[in-house]
Design a protein around this ligand. Structure first.
Ligand code: SAH
Length: 256
C-alpha cells in the first residue's frame, strides 16, 4: 500500500450500539454511510454493516471467546497500516468503544504511530439492555450505584467485587454467561443474599431478545437451563426484581 501523498488517514473508533441501527448516533451513521474502509468486530449487527456504501472495503476481525480470528495486536497494526496508507478507517465496535471494547488499546497504538484518532461513543449494552428489558439501572427506591464488570477475564476469582453488589446497588456483568455459576458463588461468598434478584438479557435491542429473571442462587441454572448464548448481560440487584414493566408495556401496546 503506497502512499504517494503521504496523507495520514484518521481512525474513527465508532460505537455501533447494541444492535438496532436506530440506536446509532447520527455521527456514527454518517461515518458508516460514507466509509471507504470499515473494520468491524462480530457484535456489529448485519443491518448496520448493510448501511456502508457500495465499494466500501469491509474487513471483519470477529472474535469469539475461544477463537480469535485476529489477535488484538494485529488489529491495531491493521488500523495503523491503513491510516498510514492514507485511508480514513471506520473501526466499528459493538456498544461503546471504551466500555470493554479494547478501544483504548487501539487508540494508544494509533497515537504511538502518529495516526489521529476520533472516538464516537455508542449505546453500551448495559443501557441498551436496560431500555429494552425495562429494567432501570438506577431507581430512587432501589439503586443509586451502578457498576459494570467483566465476567470473563483472567482470574475471575481473584477480582475484588466486594461492595459492588448488594442492597441499593446494581451490578451489570458483561461477558458473564460462561461463568454465571462461578459469578453467583463468588458474590454469595462475598455475602450477597441468595435471593437477590437477577436478570439475564440475551440479544438486547434485537428482535430475538430474551429476558430471564430469577434469584442469585439460581443464576447458573437460569443460564444453562435456558441455553443462554452470548451476547447476554447479567443484571444483579433490586432493580431486577421490581415489577415486570416489560409485561405491562406489552399489554399496553397490545391495547393500542
Ligand atoms: N463495547 C461493548 C461491550 C463488548 S464486550 C458495549 O459497550 O456494549 C461483549 C459483551 O457485551 C457481551 O459478552 C455481552 O455481555 C455484552 N453485549 C453486547 N451486545 C449485547 C446485546 N445486544 N445484548 C446483551 N449483551 C450484549
Amino acid at each position: 500500500m503506497s502512499n504517494p501523498s503521504s496523507r495520514v488517514g484518521t481512525v474513527f473508533l465508532v460505537g455501533a450500539g447494541p444492535g438496532d441501527p436506530d440506536l446509532l448516533t447520527l455521527r456514527a451513521a454518517r461515518l458508516v454511510m460514507n466509509a471507504r474502509v470499515l473494520v468491524h468486530d462480530g457484535l456489529v449487527d448485519p443491518a448496520i454493516l448493510a448501511m456502508a456504501p457500495k465499494g466500501c472495503r469491509m474487513i471483519s476481525v470477529a472474535k469469539q471467546r475461544s477463537r480469535h480470528t485476529m489477535r488484538q495486536e494485529e488489529i491495531n497494526a491493521l488500523l495503523v497500516r491503513e491510516a498510514l496508507a492514507g485511508n480514513d478507517v471506520v473501526r466499528l465496535k459493538g456498544g461503546d468503544p471504551f466500555v470493554f471494547g479494547r478501544g483504548g488499546e487501539e487508540a494508544e497504538d494509533c497515537f504511538a504511530a502518529g495516526v489521529p484518532v476520533q472516538v464516537v461513543p455508542g449505546v453500551s449494552a448495559a443501557m441498551g439492555a436496560a431500555a429494552s428489558a425495562m429494567i432501570p439501572l438506577t431507581h430512587r427506591e432501589s439503586a443509586s450505584i451502578v457498576s459494570f464488570v467483566a465476567g470473563q477475564c483472567k482470574g475471575l476469582t481473584d477480582q475484588n467485587w466486594a461492595g459492588l453488589a448488594g442492597v441499593g446497588r446494581t451490578l451489570v456483568i458483561y461477558m458473564g454467561v460462561a461463568t454465571a455459576d462461578a459469578i453467583a458463588e463468588k458474590l454469595m461468598a462475598d455475602g450477597l443474599a441468595p435471593d437477590m434478584p437477577v436478570a439475564v438479557i440475551e440479544n438486547a435491542a434485537r428482535p430475538q431478545m430474551r429476558v430471564l429473571r430469577g434469584a442469585l442462587a439460581g443464576l447458573g441454572s437460569l443460564v444453562s437451563d435456558n441455553k443462554v448464548k452470548s451476547p447476554a448481560l447479567i443484571v444483579i440487584g433490586e432493580v431486577a426484581g421490581r415489577g415486570d414493566m416489560m409485561e405491562l408495556k406489552q399489554v399496553l401496546e397490545a391495547c393500542q
